[in-house]
Design a protein around this ligand. Structure first.
Ligand code: C2E
Ligand code: CA
Ligand code: CA
Length: 964
């Protein structure tokens, strides 16, 4: 039996397959996204519409099949095929709801789905209920099964190989293409299945016809199914819109969440960072506070210390533990309670403040500090105390004070100060500068100090000044400068360079003082130092200078210099008797006269006391000196009228000559001095030239003086005794004690060589006392030894006699030695008595009172006035030897000795003659009536023991009882 197909229905079946596939794909794409609560509605609805779609395609395809016999379909089997189609669709949708995980699942699913479709198809065929039943070509049958399986596999694969989004987004054309391919595959399966069916030629359809033509049936089915499909499609589209909206909202929400999460993370990160940063800052701050060079301390509201850093420990010496909780008052000096209170009030009152003052370290040492105080707040901005930053400014303060001091010194210095820059341009001057120079500061600042130059110094002077200043860094000296008023003044100037640390000169400092007054004073002192204030003559200091110049001059001109040493005779006597005032006026008068006798070029100098030195220059010959000296001698010897006094004084002059006597200044003066002494020795009122003999004498004098000072200590003196004989009886009337000096170096030194020297150097007092004591001891011995005793005459120097207390001293010694004063006799020279006549009389009166005898020695050699002689309490005159030597031959001497003897007797004095060497002399004296004699004719002066022997032998003296 031949089957035919209605082509229109075939085409329609293809359209239906495509439409069903489209629905299936759309559902498959949606199902996984369907919300769970509505899944089952979607699965069921989807399965029905999809199953109906496939089924309708199949049914229309069956309707297109046309057999030459009437065909109808069994209703039950047709419904079963519909159920199978729906089940296959439902199953496939169920499978895709969660997606297919692997290929095996895909294969199994495709198998199940293909089986369902195939089952649907062949159940539909069975609904024809053909008799004999339809046979199927086995190959085509299997091919139809494979096609059903392949179509299912393809459809499922399409659903799951593409990504979810791809499927959803799949463009309509693509989906349509897939639907066409899938539809074609399903139709292919159908028609292959149909082709596989083999109808026997005699087959008949056992189903009664419904009466509805296949065309109408297909229209009804297609219409119904199409409506269902379209409805399903619309639902799908609405759902998709809703889903999209929901997805959009979800997406928005998700993005929003993501943003929030990002922000939260960022925030957390920032917070962590901040916390770390602040912790780091805290640590840093703590370290800064602890290690900073400044002391930092915090206090609470009561002023108690709450923190104390290391620098504070070092600054105050308190360890942290010692001060924590203590009030800051412990840092104040003991008497600073008020200051502490004030500081506390300031901290309370002001937001922040700076305080400077003294604080005390732990040991009590004071330091000067600068404290910056700021309020301290907690996190809640509550004030909790204060923080103090403390700096030790003791050094700075000291430096400031030092600086102030320097500034004050600078301004108030009595010395002018001028400071210049390195170009020597004035930058500052002080008040003293203004006062001294008369320039105001602004007149000199900015200018070269050379405007003060006086023009008194040479270029070389300034050149040398700068050279020294730059080399040594300092210049000092005297300089003449000009004041503003044009006057020139001397200043003592010190210029110093000030260098920076690199050694470059930055400034010059000139410090000076006006030394005008000083120079005047100096000149005055110079004058005083070189001149005698009384006479205004140069003094000995200047003399040397003058002599030196005179010698230089004389050397050049080959002439002489004469040095005159001039001493006024008996000036002391005038001074003592008429007063110092007269003495001074006399010296002035002498100076005045001296000036008039010499030339301007000569020098007159007062050497001291009554000594003058005259230096004569330009002397061509020693003889010219003589005339000048005689002029001086006679001129000065003329009487001076000093107010009511008429004074006569003579000079003794010694002369030395350059170059004959010496080339040396000191020696020349010394020689003139010696010559002057010689002139004095020769009776005063004359002049003597220096001679070599004199020189030798002077030389010995020096040695003698040295030895003499030790002679007493070394017991080098001894008394010799020379007998005095009564001419009438030829008996011993007494002895004269004469001193002898036996020096180990000099040998036996005669009294003439040392007595006058010892007077000059003041040793005579000790020597005189030694003589007196020794004589007294001897008197004592002789008082004991000889029944009659022996009177001892000792020589007394003028110095001893005029010394205050001499008489008392004599009486003391007499007492001490326990002698009868009647055995003691003093020999005093005429001239000695005349020096201080009134005093001498007083002293001699005392001696007379005690029975001590006094004789005038060397009588006739001086100028004794008879007037005085009468008043003197004396016992004896001793005629000077010089009148005895010529006796009895020389007529003058005979006359003089005769006169003296007569005069002595006239005054009731005994007369003794000394220096009797020959018997003729003794005889002649006896003839004249002289009482006693003494001389070599009887005996030379003898040591004590020799004298005793001589005495006992010669005079046959009997010793006292008990003396051998
Ligand atoms: P004078 O008081 O005139 O003493 C007499 C001097 O004449 C003694 O010298 C004596 O030795 C010396 N003479 C005695 N007889 C003769 C003689 O026949 N011919 C010569 N040519 N000379 C005779 P002397 O001892 O050298 O004393 C010299 C002077 O020294 C004394 O002179 C006296 O002024 C002084 N003198 C001596 N002893 C002392 C003394 O103890 N104290 C003091 N102040 N002066 C003394
Ligand atoms: Ca004598
Ligand atoms: Ca004498």
């Amino acid at each position: 039996m031949e089957a035919t197909y209605n082509n229109w229905l075939v085409a329609l079946s293809l359209v239906l397959a495509t439409g069903a596939s489209f629905i299936a794909l759309s559902l498959a794409a949606r199902i996984p996204h369907i919300h769970k609560s509505t899944l089952w509605y979607w699965l069921t609805g989807g399965a029905v519409s999809m199953g109906l779609g496939i089924w309708s395609m199949h049914f229309v395809g069956m309707l297109a099949f046309h057999l030459p016999i009437p065909l109808a379909y069994d209703i039950e089997l047709t419904l079963l095929s519909i159920v199978l189609g729906i089940m296959a669709s439902g199953f496939s949708l169920y499978v895709v709801r969660n997606g297919i995980k692997d290929n095996i699942a895909l294969l199994v699913s495709a198998l199940l789905m293909g089986s369902g479709i195939a089952g649907m198809h062949y159940t539909g065929m069975a609904a024809l209920r053909m008799s004999p039943p339809i046979e199927y070509d086995p190959i085509l049958f299997i091919a139809s099964l494979l096609i059903a399986f392949a179509a299912s596999f393809f459809a499922l694969k399409l659903c799951f190989s593409a990504g979810e989004r791809d499927l959803v987004k799949m463009l309509g054309l693509e989906r349509l293409t897939a639907s066409v391919i899938m539809g074609a595959a399903i139709a292919g399966m159908h028609y292959t299945g149909m082709t596989a069916a083999i109808f026997s030629p005699d087959a008949v359809c056992l189903v009664a016809s419904s009466g509805i033509s296949p065309g109408l049936m297909s229209v009804l089915v297609v219409l119904g199914v199409t409506i269902i499909l379209i409805f399903t499609l619309l639902l799908l589209m609405v759902d998709l819109k809703l889903a999209e909206k929901e997805r959009f909202m979800l997406e928005t929400l998700r993005r929003h969440n993501a943003r929030l999460k990002d922000q939260a993370e960022q925030l957390a990160e920032e917070m962590t960072r901040e916390v770390e940063e602040s912790a780091r800052k805290d640590r840093l701050l703590a370290a800064i506070v602890e290690q900073s060079g400044v002391a930092i301390c915090t206090t609470d509201l009561e002023g108690k210390i709450t923190s104390w850093n290391r620098s504070a420990e070092e600054m105050f010496g308190y360890h942290e533990q010692e001060v924590m909780g203590q009030k800051t008052s412990i840092l104040y000096p003991p008497d600073a309670d008020e200051e502490y209170r004030e500081a506390r009030q300031r901290i309370e009152r002001e937001r922040g403040c700076e305080i400077t003052g003294w604080r005390m370290r732990k040991g009590g040492e004071l330091i000067h500090v600068q404290i910056n105080i700021s309020p301290l707040y907690d996190a809640a901005h509550e004030r909790v105390g204060a923080v103090a930053v403390i700096r030790d400014v003791t050094e700075r303060r000291k430096a400031e004070e030092q600086l102030k001091l320097w500034a004050s010194v600078y301004e108030h210095s009595g010395e002018g100060i001028l400071i210049t820059d390195n170009n020597n341009i004035t930058i500052s001057v002080n008040q003293a500068f203004v006062d001294i120079t008369g320039y105001e500061a602004d007149e000199i600042i900015g200018r070269d100090p050379m405007i003060l130059g006086s023009g008194q110094h040479s270029k070389e002077f300034y050149h040398e000044l700068w050279r020294e200043l730059l080399e040594e860094g300092i210049w000092q000296g005297e300089i003449w400068n000009r004041k503003k008023d044009g006057s020139i003044f001397p200043e003592w100037l010190t210029i110093t360079t000030i260098k920076d640390s690199g050694g470059t000169i930055r400034n010059y400092i000139a410090i000076f003082s006006d030394i005008t007054e000083q120079k005047e004073r100096e000149a005055y002192i110079q004058h005083l130092a070189h001149h005698d204030p009384l006479t205004g003559l140069p003094n000995r200091n200047l003399l040397r200078d003058r002599v030196e110049q005179a010698i230089l001059h004389a050397r050049r001109h080959e002439d002489y210099v004469a040095v005159l040493f001039l001493d006024l005779d008996r000036f002391k006597h005038i001074n003592d008797t008429m007063g110092h005032d007269v003495g001074d006026r006399l010296l002035k008068a002498v100076a005045g006269r001296l000036r008039s006798y010499v030339r301007e070029s000569d020098t007159i100098c007062r050497q001291g006391g009554d000594e003058f030195i005259v230096v004569l220059t330009d002397v061509d010959h020693p003889s010219t000196v003589v005339s000048i000296v005689e002029k001086i001698l006679h001129g000065l010897s003329e009487s001076y009228q000093l107010d009511e006094y008429e004074v006569i004084v003579t000079p003794s002059i010694g002369i030395s000559l350059f170059p004959d006597d010496s080339q040396d200044i000191d020696e020349l003066i010394g020689h003139a001095d010696a010559a002057m002494y010689h002139a004095k020795d020769l009776g005063r009122g004359n002049y003597q030239f220096f001679t070599q003999a004199l020189n030798e004498m002077v030389a010995t004098r020096v040695v003698i003086e040295k030895e003499l000072r030790n002679a007493l200590l070394n017991d080098e003196f001894e008394l010799y005794f020379q007998p005095q004989v009564t001419l009438d009886t030829e008996s011993l009337s007494g002895v004269e004690a004469l001193i002898r000096w036996n020096n180990p170096k000099l040998g036996m030194v005669p009294p003439d060589s040392f007595i006058s020297l010892s007077e000059e150097i003041g040793l005579i007092y000790d020597i005189g006392e030694w003589v007196l004591r020794s004589a007294c001891k001897v008197i004592k011995q002789w008082q004991v030894r000889y029944s009659e005793g022996i009177r001892v005459a000792i020589n007394v120097s003028v110095k001893q006699l005029s010394r205050q207390g001499f008489a008392d001293r004599v009486l003391e010694i007499v007492e001490e030695c326990g002698i009868d004063p009647a055995y003691l006799e003093f020999e005093v020279t005429e001239s000695a008595l005349m020096v201080a006549i009134e005093h001498s009389i007083e002293v001699l009166e005392v001696f007379r009172k005690y029975g001590i005898k006094v004789a005038i020695d060397d009588f006739g050699s001086g100028y004794s006035s008879l007037n005085y002689l009468r008043r003197l309490p004396i016992d004896k005159l001793k005629i000077d030897r010089s009148f005895i030597g010529g006796l009895p031959e020389a007529a003058d001497e005979r006359e003089i000795s005769n006169a003296i003897i007569a005069m002595g007797h006239g005054l009731h004095l005994k007369v003794i003659a000394e220096g009797v060497e020959r018997v003729e002399q003794a005889d002649y004296l006896k003839l004249l009536g002289c009482d006693e004699v003494q001389g070599y004719f009887y005996s030379r002066p003898l040591p004590q023991s020799e004298f005793e022997r001589y005495y006992e032998d010669r005079f046959g003296v009997s010793l006292s009882e008990g003396v051998d």
